[in-house]
Design a protein around this ligand. Structure first.
Ligand code: NAD
Length: 249
């Protein structure tokens, strides 16, 4: 798909980190971007925004309607909203809090499903572009989907779900010309990571093969653009991790 002023974009989680980088990247090219976020205080200037909790399907529906009324039906939907609390299976004599586990699944997995499925429905109503393509949906998994670390049982389960739904969703939407992809980032320098102690950040930067540094959110945005513009990419999860393979501690 060629991205230009006629191809509006929706970004969930566009108020911070990877999502904000994606929103700014496309707005700098004159493309209209609508952001869905729980926290709208930090949404980049010039982005349309609609406050919603993505774990609530009715809020997602209302937010998408508001954005579409202003910028039209999105051709590209990028799902970045997510949370990453840490807790072990058993800790200090207590089992993992089931409410915390459910919350992480509800936001990261069900929330991604809510936005992606409702965006897919909207895209299915559009006229096809060249190649019969109607739209592209890019979800954000994590390398924790494949090598979850200690304390990441809930997060890894949620991101494993995001990775696993990529192919069946791509198959579901194939006849309608909507592509579904996921990106599994390694460690990127966003508020989710920059709030960790410096020694933890340094250790994380050292575990990649090359380059030995944290990812720049701009590099995530550039992969989003590549996926959106290369029609042969479909039904796949792409690791963006400088060769990182998380080891046991
Ligand atoms: P971030 O905390 O900087 O941004 C996340 C955004 O999601 C925030 O603006 C937050 O308000 C929003 N959000 C959270 N819960 C929400 C909800 N229920 N409804 C709507 N919005 C909600 O995080 P980030 O580092 O930019 O991460 C973005 C995505 O990338 C997340 O899904 C994260 O799991 C994934 N990821 C990040 C890294 C990394 O190293 N930063 C690595 C792998 C995967």
């Amino acid at each position: 798909m060629k991205l230009d002023a006629t191809t509006p974009v929706v970004v969930s989680g566009g108020g911070s980190g990877l999502g904000a980088a994606v929103a700014q990247y496309f707005m700098a090219q004159g493309i209209s971007v609508g952001v869905i976020d729980l926290n709208v205080d930090a949404v980049p200037d010039n982005a349309l925004c609609a406050q919603a909790d993505i774990s609530q399907a009715d809020q997602v529906s209302a937010a998408l309607s508001r954005l579409r009324a202003e910028q039209g039906q999105e051709r590209l939907c990028v799902n970045c909203a997510g949370i990453a609390p840490s807790a072990k299976t058993v800790s200090r004599g207590a089992a993992h809090d089931p409410a915390l586990f459910a919350k992480v699944i509800q936001v990261n997995l069900t929330g991604t499903f809510n936005v992606a499925s409702q965006s897919a429905l909207g895209m299915s109503t559009l006229d096809p572009l060249d190649d019969g393509e109607r739209g592209v949906i890019i979800n954000t998994a994590s390398i924790a989907a494949f090598e979850g670390q200690m304390g990441q049982i809930a997060y890894a389960a949620s991101k494993g779900g995001v990775a696993a739904m990529t192919l069946p969703m791509a198959r579901d939407m194939a006849k309608l010309g909507v592509r579904i992809m996921a990106i599994a980032p390694g460690v990127f320098l966003t508020p989710m990571v920059s709030t960790m102690p410096q020694e933890v950040q340094d250790a994380l930067a050292g575990i990649s093969e090359f380059p030995k540094r944290l990812g720049d959110p701009q590099e995530f945005a550039r992969l989003v653009e590549t996926i959106a513009t290369n029609t042969m990419l479909n039904g796949e999860v792409i690791r963006l991790d400088a060769g990182t393979r998380m080891q046991a501690k």
